[in-house]
Design a protein around this ligand. Structure first.
Ligand SMILES: *Cc1c(COP(=O)(O)O)cnc(C)c1O
Length: 230
């Protein structure tokens, strides 16, 4: 199957699960080359999401994203903040008040407003990225004081789905958080996007209310991770 055919099938699945609702399809482009990324953009994804700042900068210099909105979806290290703010339309992976403050400071220096999502550790897996649920109010308070950022919504990476439907309770919990925060109406918070669902579980995510999904393998095929040096 070609990249364009894959995207076509995913669009059909989105329509089936979402009942015609608008769902943003973000191509998760990590480890895929500029050529493949350009093919996906030409076939009509809504945005490209990169995991690592360095990989993003390299591919952006090659014009891999070809005018499509660019997102950072992987964990953002503090020392990379100044390299990424203002270069992407959306940073999906903000998981602490202190990281938010660094992004805010950089954005205000540049005279821009950086759109972000707050990544939530909805399954409470401590080794994974994402803000613990208990931290979320503190992060939202910080956002309300930070005119350099706009919180456009929430994102999560639930556990690898073991069987069909296994992540639905997490997606439902995210949906509830999303709606609760939507109702609060704070400064610098608009809550437009609920980003959840990947290749194995995006249909379930959409059924539970996702309006942004991030798909890698389903578009580009399996990633070939380089063999570790012996
Ligand atoms: C890789 C990745 C995806 C896509 O994963 P697939 O299972 O290949 O669809 C989505 N979100 C994030 C944050 C990722 O790192």
């Amino acid at each position: 199957m070609s990249i364009a055919e894959n995207i076509c099938r995913i669009r059909e699945n989105i329509a089936a699960a979402g009942g015609g609702r608008k769902v943003f399809l973000v191509a998760a482009t990590k480890m895929n080359g500029a050529e493949a990324v350009r093919e996906a953009v030409a076939a009509g994804v809504d945005a490209c999401g990169e995991n690592r700042v360095q990989e993003f900068l390299e591919k952006d210099a090659l014009n891999a994203y070809a005018g499509a909105p660019r997102h950072l979806i992987g964990h953002l290290q503090r020392n990379k903040v100044n390299k990424i703010v203002g270069r992407v339309e959306l940073i999906q992976s903000v998981d602490s008040a202190s990281l938010l403050a660094l992004i805010d400071r950089r954005a205000r220096t540049l005279g821009i407003v950086q759109d972000i999502l707050i990544e939530v550790s909805i399954a409470g897996e401590v080794q994974k990225s994402g803000a613990p649920l208990a931290e979320l109010p503190k992060i939202m308070d910080a956002a309300a004081q930070s005119p350099g950022i706009c919180v456009r919504g929430l994102m999560c990476i639930p556990p690898i789905s073991t069987n069909e439907g296994s992540n639905r309770p997490y997606f439902a919990a995210m949906r509830k958080l999303f709606v609760d925060n939507q109702n609060k109406k704070c400064d610098n918070i608009t809550m437009d996007y609920l980003s959840m669902g990947m290749t194995d579980d995006y249909q379930d995510a959409i059924l539970e209310g996702a309006n942004m999904i991030r798909v890698g393998t389903g578009i580009f095929g399996a990633r070939s991770y380089p063999a570790l040096e012996a």
